[in-house]
Every structure is written in structure tokens, then in C-alpha cells.
Design a binder for this molecule. Structure first.
Ligand code: KIV
Length: 340
């Protein structure tokens, strides 16, 4: 007891020495000397502790470790298809983001995202194509294998690209096997309902988990003609509900619903037991997915209503790179400490 009491003056001294201030977000930052701080932020239901070392001329974090004590009801060391099922059963929402390369996947995984989708949106985001149609199976395998090397916890789902599964179930199975063998991904995603039922069954029979995708299915963009909200009419909404039930019945482990009315998406989520993950489908579903480059604001020409931008990296990066150009031109960079 006496030993513990002796610690009190040191603790008080430490607190006095540290500067205590409320940060811009709701939270508190303790600063220990010039280069170490502990930040505790309160973000809605989350407490985020942030241990950081500040030590460069811009006072940015040079090293940091972020631990999220979130609303997660259970601590999953590794996410599996069963974890997602449990999350739905326990009312815990599922977080999903895209990633197409090792470095981004590492960041997304360490931030605690449950599912990483190696989406065929790589065709737009990484390769600059107007649609998702041109990306090939080999290119998807390249992206997926880079992502898999960067993750420790997330479940990695890989899109089967356009043309790799539509013509017949055997081709679909061959494509899915190549993805699983050559990339190390954990599951595949296919766009469509009853039209591709036999292909999905073939893949599932081989033991490969399948995520479905209904609503706006970008691989069919030339059939739809536009990227507007789908299933607003009764007939299309009925077909979507039937397709969702079919995908559950044949054994898909989850379903993405893209750009459909929120009420319809909620109805689907309530009528099937597998998790429903929405993009532009409202909050009544079991989880959310966004394209990473959109949510961090690296892309800026695309602003649909459902998109929440958490950063404006396009602007920040353009400024930083412009500064670098100026520094090189003016010979400010490199300075005496930045050379051998
Ligand atoms: O390819 C992709 O990024 C997707 C998401 C939009 C769900 O399929």
C-alpha cells in the first residue's frame, strides 16, 4: 500500500509536466515532452487511443499506433464468413472497403475493416477505364495477391471480372479456382441472380465461398444505360427480392446491394439470414461498403449522394506534390541534413 502511495507524486508530476488539452475532435491529448503524445478521442460510440511520436518539421505523426475500442460486440482475430454471419445475428454492422494493392490493404486492415473487396472497380480507379468491363482475370489476380500480402485480419473477397463467368458454369469455376489458387483470396463475388445460378452453384460445390451482388451491377452498364438508382419499379424490386432469396438458398454467404431504395434494401436484409452489405442502399442493411479511393477523397470527379468523403486527399496530395516541385526548383530540397 505504502509503495503505491509513493507513486502518487510521480503521477501528479507527470500530469503537470504533460500538457493537457481538449483536441479539435471530442477528446483529450496528453503530451509528454516534445515528441510523444497520447490522444484519446471520442468519436460517437468509439474510443480511439492514439499513441504518437511527433518529430518532424511539419509536426506530423512519424510513428503511430491506433487501437480502436469500438462498438464491436466481439473481438475477431481473423474474419471468416462465419464471423460475418455472427455479426448479423448479433446486430453488429459489417464494415467493408475496397483495396487493390499491398500498401492500401495494410492500412485498411490495420484500421479494423472487416472485409476487403478487391473490386473490379480497379478497372476505373487503378486503370482509368470508363467502365469495369475491360479488367481481366489476370489483372484481378495481380491486384488480389498484392492485397492478400498486406492483410492479417480482414476477409478478402475478390470480384470475378466481366467475361470470366457468364458463358458457362465450368468457365466460372475455372476462373474462381484461379483466383483462389493464384491470389490467396478467401472468397469471390459475382454480379447477378437467377441468370448465373448454375455458375454460382458450381463454384460453391467446389468449396469456394460466394458473395452475391444485386441492384446496380456495373458489369451490365450497357444493358442499363445509366448508373441511376435501380429497382424503383415494383417488377424489378420483386425480381431483386426473389434473387436475394435464391442466392441465400443456394448457399451464398453474403450479398452486396448497390444503389437501390433504402426501404427495399432493409426489406431484403430482414427477409434473409445472410448478411446484406449496402452501397447506396441506406442504413437498414447489415453493413456498408465504399470504394476506398472515393471515401478518402483521392478521386474527386465522382460525387454520388451516398458517398461520404472522410478526407480530401486529392487536394492535400496536390498541395504536397506542388510544394515538392517548388522545393526542388528553388533548391530548398535536399538540404544539408537530407544528404550523405
Ligand atoms: O467493384 C467494386 O468496387 C464493387 C463495390 C462497388 C461493391 O463491386
Amino acid at each position: 500500500m505504502v509503495g503505491y502511495l509513493a507513486l502518487i507524486p510521480s503521477a501528479v508530476a507527470l500530469l503537470v509536466w504533460s500538457s493537457y488539452r481538449v483536441t479539435r475532435k471530442a477528446g483529450i491529448r496528453f503530451t509528454f515532452g516534445p515528441s510523444l503524445s497520447l490522444q484519446i478521442s471520442f468519436d460517437k460510440n468509439k474510443i480511439i487511443s492514439h499513441l504518437a511520436l511527433h518529430k518532424n518539421r511539419f509536426n506530423t505523426f512519424t510513428a503511430s499506433k491506433r487501437t480502436i475500442m469500438s462498438t464491436a460486440k466481439k473481438d475477431y482475430k481473423r474474419i471468416t464468413t462465419k464471423s460475418l454471419f455472427d455479426m448479423k445475428a448479433n446486430g453488429e454492422k459489417i464494415s467493408m472497403l475496397t483495396a487493390y494493392d499491398y500498401t492500401m490493404a495494410k492500412i485498411v486492415d490495420s484500421a479494423g475493416v472487416d472485409v476487403i473487396l478487391v473490386g473490379d472497380s480497379a478497372s476505373n480507379v487503378m486503370a482509368g477505364h470508363e467502365t469495369t468491363l475491360p479488367i481481366t482475370l489476370d489483372q484481378m489476380i495481380y491486384h488480389a495477391s498484392s492485397v492478400v500480402r498486406g492483410i492479417e485480419r480482414a476477409l478478402v473477397v475478390v470480384d470475378l471480372p466481366f467475361g470470366s463467368y457468364q458463358s458457362d458454369p465450368k468457365e466460372a469455376l475455372r476462373s474462381a479456382i484461379r483466383i483462389m489458387k493464384e491470389s490467396g483470396g478467401h472468397a469471390v463475388k459475382l454480379e447477378g441472380g437467377s441468370e448465373i445460378k448454375e455458375s454460382i452453384k458450381r463454384i460453391l460445390n467446389a468449396g469456394i465461398p460466394v458473395m452475391g451482388h444485386l441492384g446496380l451491377t456495373p458489369q451490365s452498364i450497357y444493358k442499363f444505360g445509366t448508373y441511376t438508382v435501380r429497382a424503383k419499379e415494383d417488377a424489378e424490386a420483386e425480381k431483386l427480392i426473389e434473387d436475394a432469396k435464391l442466392l441465400e438458398r443456394i448457399g451464398c454467404f453474403a450479398l452486396v446491394l448497390e444503389k437501390i431504395p433504402a426501404a427495399l434494401a432493409e426489406k431484403v436484409a430482414k427477409s434473409i439470414s445472410i448478411p446484406v452489405i449496402g452501397i447506396g442502399a441506406g442504413g437498414g442493411v447489415d453493413g456498408q461498403v465504399l470504394v476506398l479511393h472515393d471515401m478518402i477523397g483521392m478521386t474527386h470527379e465522382f460525387s454520388p449522394r451516398f458517398l461520404r468523403r472522410y478526407m480530401n486527399l486529392y487536394e492535400d496530395m496536390t498541395k504536397a506534390i506542388g510544394q515538392y516541385v517548388d522545393d526542388v526548383k528553388s533548391q530548398d530540397f535536399p538540404n544539408a541534413n537530407e544528404q550523405y
